[in-house]
Structures are given as C-alpha cells and as structure tokens.
Design a protein around this ligand. Sequence first.
Ligand SMILES: Cc1ncc(COP(=O)(O)O)c(C=O)c1O
Length: 511
Amino acid sequence: MDNKSSSNSFFIEKEIPEFAENIKNLVAGFLANDDINASLSTTELAEKFQFKEIPQCGVSADQFLDELRELILPHSINTGSPYFIGHMTSLLPNFLRPLSELLTTLNQNIVKVETAKAATFYEKQALAMIHKEVFGLSDEYYDECASNPDISLGIITSGGTIANLTALQCARDLSLAQFGNVEEDGVLGALEAGGFKRSVVLGTHLGHYSLVKSLGLLGMGRGNYIEINSDENQGIDLVHLRRELEKCRREKIHVAAIVGIAGTTECGSFDNLEGMAELAEEFSVYFHVDAAWGGALLFSEKHRNCLQGIKQADSITIDGHKQLYLPMGIGLLLFKEAKTAQVISVEADYIIRKNSWDLGRVSIEGSRPAKVFYLQAALKLFGREGYGSLLDSCVATSRQMSELVDSQAEFELVTKPQSNIFLYRYIPEKFRGLEEFSDDVNSEIDDFNIRLQEIQKDKGRTFVSRTKFSHLGTSKAKTVLRVVIANPLTEIEHCREVLQDQIEIAKDLKA
Ligand SMILES: Cc1ncc(COP(=O)(O)O)c(C=O)c1O
C-alpha cells in the first residue's frame, strides 16, 4: 500500500480492532496499578524526550503503541490512586470512558447549531438544570428560557480559568456600560468618561491566580486585583472589604467586581457570601463567586450551608473537572440574569448568526467539544443524592485525617478542613514542644517540609502537595503540606499510610 492509500484506510475502515484492543489493555493495566508514578525524576524523564523529526511515512500502529506502553503510561500520574491526595484532580467514574468514544465519534462542534444540533439544546438544558439548583427559579421561567435563543443561563467552558475570565469580562463591561461600550471602544474611553483613574476587582489574597491573569487579559492590569485580608477562618474579612470599597468610592476608583471564593484552592475555605452580597448591593457592584471547587457542595444536604448566599451572586464559576467528577476540560459559568452575557455577545455572518441558537455567540472559546454529554450523564446517573453522598464521604475522610494529623506529635495541623482540603506540616523532633517558633526555626521547618514532600513525590507511592500559607494574609508565609481528598475511594487507612510514609521519610532525612 502506498502512503496515501494507507492514510485513507484510517478513514475508510470504520474500526481498527487490534489497535482498539491494545488500547483497552493499556487502560486495564493502568487502572490495575495503585502506585502513583514510576520513580524517575523530571530531569531523567526530560532526557527520554529528545527531539525527533516527524516520520516521513507513517509508522506502524504497534510502534506507536510501544511508545505509549513504555514511555508514557509508566510515567503518567495515577490521579485515580487512593493515595493521591494532594490535588484537585482525581478518580473518574467508569461510565465516562466509553462515553468519550461516542463524543469523539460524533465530533460535534458546539460553536454553532449547524455543527451541533441536538448537543446545543442538550447543553442549554444541562445549564438550566444546574441554574435551578443554585438560583431555584420557577419551572415556567426555565421553560421560557428553553424556547428563547437569546437567553444564556450560562456557558460550558474548558475550565474555571475561562469561566472566571468570562465573568470578569461581563462584570467590567456591565459596570462601565453607562460610560461607554467597552467591547467596541476599549476600557480607557469608558473609564475616562466616568472620571475614573483605574478599575479594580476585590477579593481575598486566597483568590485563585486565574483572577489576576484575567485582569491582565482584560486590559485592566494584574496589579488592579486588590487583596483583602482573610479572617480567622480564612474567609474574607468583611470589615477590610468595606473599608476598601469606601476608599474606592472616595478616590473615584472604578470597582468592576467583588469576587467571593467558595472553596479556596489553598485551604478549601469559604468566604461569607451573604455578607459580600449585602456589600455588593450597598455599593452597587457586580458580585462574582468563584465556586470552582466548592460549588458541587450544592448537592450535599450536609454541607450545602457552606454556600449560603451564593444565589445572590451575579455569576458563578463551578468546575466540572473538579468535584463534579468529570474529565479534564469542563468548567461552568452561570449567570443569575439571562441577559448578562449579551454584553459580550459577538456575531459573524459565516459562523454565528443573529437570532440563531449558536452558543458560540457568548463564549470566549470558538470551536469546542460537546462535553455536555459527560455532564448530562453524571447528573443523571448519580442524581442529586449520588453526588451528595460522594462529596459527603470525601469531607468525612478529610475530617478523620485531620484529626489523625492533630493527634500525632510529628505533625502540626495548620488549617482544619471546612470541606475536604486542609493544611499541616511536619515538625522535626528538635522543635516539638516549643511555645513559639522564631522566623529562623520556621524557615528550617519550611526547608524540611519541602524536602519531605519532594522525596515522597519522587518515591511515587503516596502523595500530598505543598504550598505557602499566610495566616490572615498578613503573617509571614509558611511552607505547608496540602491534603485534598477528592477520591471517594480514599479511606482513612490510605491516609494513615500517607502519613506513615512521611514519618519514615523524615527519619531518613534526619539520619
Ligand atoms: C478556586 C479556583 N478557581 C479557579 C480555578 C481555575 O480552574 P481551572 O484550572 O479549571 O482553569 C481553580 C483551579 O484550581 C480553583 O481552585
């Protein structure tokens, strides 16, 4: 066969049985292993990826499979391991894998209805289902939305970053709308027309870095994220927030939005959303809630109270690929008011026509896959209660593990889990029992914890992550170990082993 006809055969043949079987075996092998990673450092691994030319003629499928089998899979992170309890990426439910085949086969492009007919409505329907869960409007309202192409209750994005970026784009444009059309004429004209020196967004120092990145992209400047201190519970200090809002009013600084966090990345804490909503109303500012992590707790009867006040937000980010147990690349942005997104809508004759159902009209991304299949499947197969029980079990395990940490002399609990994330650190023996730690001692403890975490990571059996944490946002930041329990199959016995590994590593380090 010449090269052209062998390439064509990949299209002509409907199936590629041997390849499919081999991939199935690779999947089974990967799933059977509890280890997190083969112990090879990133430097050693980088050496295995020397530059290669694209082959002139296609190689055999077997050669490609060998590459996956030998070079890629053994050095991929087993994010589904019950011992992998340090990041927000975790085990996925089994029904998603076959569904991904269907998604690739259909290859719908959600940007416009001409390339994604049923999927367009499937997405609108899924967003309405989640919208109702948060904002609880009437069934009649949602029926009306379903038959109106101009209404956007939300957008499915590739993740929390794009959801936050889109929310802040809407916030910036709406809050400046009385002074100018920002999408058409840019930010500067509207700011000048309003007599403002600058435009800012306010949120705590625990805000995700996507917020700062968004301000850069939106031409508002990364430096215009005003960091508000946190309180004893790592939630926003409302007194400080009020003070800054008053200052902005006095000094003629434009406030594009205040951002509340429901489940901070670093320690899983929740801002007082009710208190923030009241301030947003008093100062007439846009209120966005970044619930990328904690939003899924809506499904938990036990822990939904963490989100008290969320329905007063103008927009909300919830990540699908975090606690909705969906694969990488799914975020959700919800709008309280269906007309919010109109401020950023854009049309083009060849792709997104006026009055069409084209969902690309309000999304930053253009072409995008119909990831809504995953969302619909999970909402339906788990149901509210199923989601609730998965989340409840992760929160319960986190609490048990934090108690275990607190009870062991080797560790210091730094923050308690408000949901399923908490921080702690290892205290070397010579410092245990001290009333207070000086800056020098703290920096020695920092170094110890960095080395401990690195060694544990390289060994590849168990894993927690690490970060720097500053109490209230004002104290000197300490290096801490970070636990995220997102895998419903992680049990306290796994956690005990993770801690035992650390104790063993610490012994070797001391020696
Ligand atoms: C609170 C919060 N917001 C936003 C994001 C960004 O989400 P993504 O990584 O999906 O873009 C994250 C990610 O960890 C997050 O924790």
